[in-house]
Write a protein that binds this ligand. Structure first.
Ligand code: PMP
Length: 492
């Protein structure tokens, strides 16, 4: 299939990628060799990032760990960004970077595009950032999203993806009258209590959700990504115990496709959810308006009952979350009667700073600009070029690393950390698995540091988002920088 406005040209060969990722996980660790890592620390971080280091040391006295944002925690220390423009970021020491973090995903157009900024400034000059009352852009954004995403009849803007995922469970329970939630193991649906389950590594249940009491998960369970039999088994079991209200999926696979899934699996989740009277909730926080204007759901050909949005729907501005879906389901988000005149129960939902004029104006113009410039497809083409280039270097240096992409969401895995899973029939293995993943995680961080020293900012050393602000020349320069790092990698 050619791009056709989507970010994906050719769907990755999922079986082949999983095979390679499993081999990566089971093999010895390859990473940046210690002498080169020491050289990067010495020559780059300790010489060229001194102002960042000084500020972070100061910040540590008042901010736990020195940073506020999980993505900002980089080895050997976080850097302080002062300027962002298009595909580039600049730090407090004056260093310039290619931005493959893209604020964690929202900026498909690149950083701080003038077309959006001007609209936001106009709004600030007239109305200010918030009033608590209705603003026309709330309507415009909801209309735009409903027009573009066929499964969305109605939309409500919220403060974050976490909030939207959280309320989606409430709506699903009210609509179906069922109790249980099933989510894909390893998938991320924000950090609310109930969905902080099976995070990053399938099978971890509540192990990684310290601070959340176990009873919260009484009605939450996970199914193994790619395994429809496992999903059906759990749906069947739930039938005898309150039924399943929702099956949550990240359509591109858990953790933004870190473990990709086949198109048939995605379709199978839709079929099975409906067979057992559950709603299908597509978490498109990452994929919405990044994989296609109709979402990843448009690409996979699914018709979810509810869709969770985030990130791109506010174009990098604060307050990025929303839930959309079928009219009769969304009725549980509104007051009073639904359109048929039936009285419906309303899900508890709030947020002083939800749906501010800023997030709605930024989101509306971001989506319009993405549509006008075919930005989704362009970012996807850039990612395809990037991944092809990195794979050439991987082959050249005979590394076991795995690099693949679904549109502008790229993965470059050197350690296989996310490809572990917990097998509860062998509980004695659990501490060993957790220990191994943390050793491998350290090597992802080292790779991230090496990329940064070469002028590339990645997400945690393993994920790369491209944007439409890139051009081929920039991508070729990025590939050359990755090549320099990969030439310094080997078996530890
Ligand atoms: N769902 C997915 C798939 C995500 O990737 C994220 C954030 N990375 C969230 C939900 C939570 O969104 P937020 O950070 O806006 O709360």
């Amino acid at each position: 299939m050619a791009y056709n406005g989507f970010a994906i040209d050719k769907y990755p060969d999922v079986e082949e990628i999983i095979r390679k990722l499993d081999a990566l996980r089971d093999g010895p660790i390859y990473s940046i060799l210690p002498e080169y890592l020491a050289e990067y620390e010495d020559q780059y971080f300790n010489k060229k990032c001194l102002k960042s280091k000084e500020m972070i040391d100061e910040a540590k006295t008042v901010i736990p760990g020195g940073v506020q944002h999980n993505l900002a925690f980089n080895y050997p220390f976080p850097i302080v960004i002062t300027k962002a423009s298009g595909a580039k970021l600049y730090d407090i020491d004056g260093n310039e970077y290619y931005d493959l973090l893209q604020a964690g995903g929202p900026t498909v157009l690149g950083s701080n595009p003038v077309e959006i900024r001007e609209k936001v400034i106009q709004l600030l000059n007239t109305c200010g950032p918030s009033t608590g009352l209705f603003h026309e852009y709330e309507y415009k954004l909801a209309k735009k999203i409903s027009d573009l995403v066929p499964s969305v009849d109605m939309f409500r803007m919220l403060g974050s993806g976490t909030e939207a995922d959280m309320v989606a469970a409430r709506i699903a329970r009210l609509y179906t009258g069922h109790k249980n939630i099933l989510k894909m193991g390893g998938a991320y649906h924000g950090w609310s209590d109930q969905l902080a389950y099976g995070i990053r590594i399938p099978g971890t249940k509540g192990l990684q959700s310290r601070g959340v009491p176990n009873y919260v998960f009484r009605h939450t369970d996970e199914f193994f990504p790619g395994d429809l039999e496992d999903l059906e088994k759990k749906l069947k079991r739930n039938k005898l115990d309150g039924g399943t209200a929702a099956v949550y999926i990240e359509p591109i696979g858990p953790e933004s496709g870190t473990r990709p899934v086949t198109k048939d699996f995605v379709k199978g989740c839709e079929y099975l959810a409906h067979k057992y009277g559950a709603l299908l909730i597509a978490d498109e926080v990452v994929s919405g308006f990044r994989i296609g204007l109709s979402g990843a759901q448009g690409y996979y050909g699914i018709n979810p009952d509810l869709t969770v949005f985030g990130k791109v729907i506010a174009g990098g501005y604060p307050g990025a979350g929303g839930v959309g879906g079928r009219r009769d389901v969304m009725a549980h988000m509104g007051a009073g009667l639904d359109s048929s005149g039936k009285k419906v129960k309303k899900a508890l939902c709030g947020g002083t700073m939800a749906a501010t004029p800023i997030s709605c104006v930024a989101g509306y113009y971001t989506i319009c600009e993405i549509e006008r410039t075919n930005a989704i497809e362009k970012a996807g083409r850039m990612a395809d070029r990037l991944v092809a280039g990195i794979n050439k270097s991987i082959d050249k240096y005979h590394l076991p690393f795995v690099c693949f992409n679904q549109g502008s969401v790229c993965h470059l895995d050197n350690a296989g950390t996310m490809h572990y899973f917990i097998d509860w029939s062998k509980p004695w293995n659990i501490p060993k698995v957790l220990k191994e993943t943390s050793a491998r995680q350290k090597e992802m961080e080292h790779m991230g540091a090496a990329y940064m020293a070469e002028g590339i900012i990645t997400l945690a050393g393993t994920r790369l988002y491209t944007s439409a602000a890139y051009n081929e020349e920039m991508i070729d320069d990025v590939i050359a920088r990755f090549d320099r790092v990969l030439s310094k990698c080997g078996k530890l």
